[in-house]
Write a protein that binds this ligand. Sequence first.
Ligand code: ASP
Length: 441
Amino acid sequence: MKKVVKFGGSSLASANQIMKAAKIIKSDETRRYVVPSAPGKRYSDDIKVTDMLYRCYDTAAKGGLIDDQIKRISDRYNEIITGLEIDLDLSGEFEVIRDHFLRQAGREYAASRGEYLNGLVMARYLGFRFIDAAEVVCFDESGNFDSEKTHQILRERLRNIEYAVIPGFYGAMPDGSIKTFSRGGSDITGSIVARAVHADVYENWTDVSGVLVTDPHLVPDPEVIDVITYRELRELSYMGATVLHEDAIFPVRKEGIPINIRNTNRPEDHGTMIVESTCRQPKHVITGIAGKKGFCSINIEKDMMNSEIGFGRRVLQVFEENGISFEHTPSGIDTFSVLVHQSEFEEKEQSVISGLHRAVHPDTIDLEGDLALIAIVGRGMKTRKGTAGQVFSALAHARINIKMIDQGSSELNIIIGVRNEDFETAIRAIYDIFITSELED
Ligand code: ASP
């Protein structure tokens, strides 16, 4: 049995948090490969080390003085080192970092130092081998992650190492320069390591007890999802749920390795298992609800549209030519709507309207902005009748007008469109009908 454990920034923000993480690691000898983030926030208006590094580098790039900022960053690490009572002197490392900043080694190099230094601290505290991610996580010349090369190198490198710390978030390009993933990218590193060592599970330790059914800013104290499939999670993440970096599922998915989201502050909680597939009945018909505001619907009407072959293609081509990606295309007999992100569309709207007139000669085109999309996701919907009906009646009760509905053929999700201003109420109404009332039954 082999586990890869990734700890997020808040789980490693102070000596005290690192002690909790270490206790978790040491309590199970199969927790063999540790992927740390940089120290995150200790309290809500604290600054993450990654952000301190970005700022410090930006000052250096503008020719400003950075000694104070470097000192503040090194103070954070020294406080951790003192708290952990380990024998580690990072002053040499900070000399090198300062030097590289002044020589403008790059913003990504700067940001990566948060994980690099935290990796050194963790490795020393745990007594594990430190492996610099720059040696094992590869990006190609264009800066894209090179999944297969990384897999070969990392697999080879870890073959005979029983316990190791590999910092998250960064790797290197073929010329050795440091490259990072996008923000939150340590999740991806954890997944890459899990794939390379054929882990039995990839544990992702954070500050919540798993993936929540919906956004806690919208519904107070939502339930934790116990099991969710990769596909369901992808649907929810796409629509705004933010528990794991979007790209983190791909490496483990290739190997069918489950991800377990756990809470460093409540290790007794089981958290959420993210799996490829499961025959276990979901607890509720729906697994999660997520949504986003800021969409616009372009509604095109033309009599006899349904008999006009190529109509849809010509419409979408206009969007393509304007460089706009579309989200949904609900259609009726004589109507065809295209939903797009309003912010992307606004600038191009007149050019799209005239393009559509030229391409399909519609009777009318009207635009409706300020829409929100809500995804109701659940593998349990497939075998159940009446789910859409329940959504409709919940929204009718809440006096919300549904502007659009779309159910993919996978029957994994139902997407509804409502006005931006109805967004929060709609999510609460759907949560209540599927989760709260089922719990009360
Ligand atoms: N430290 C990086 C960030 O703040 C990466 C991570 O934590 O995953 O985005």
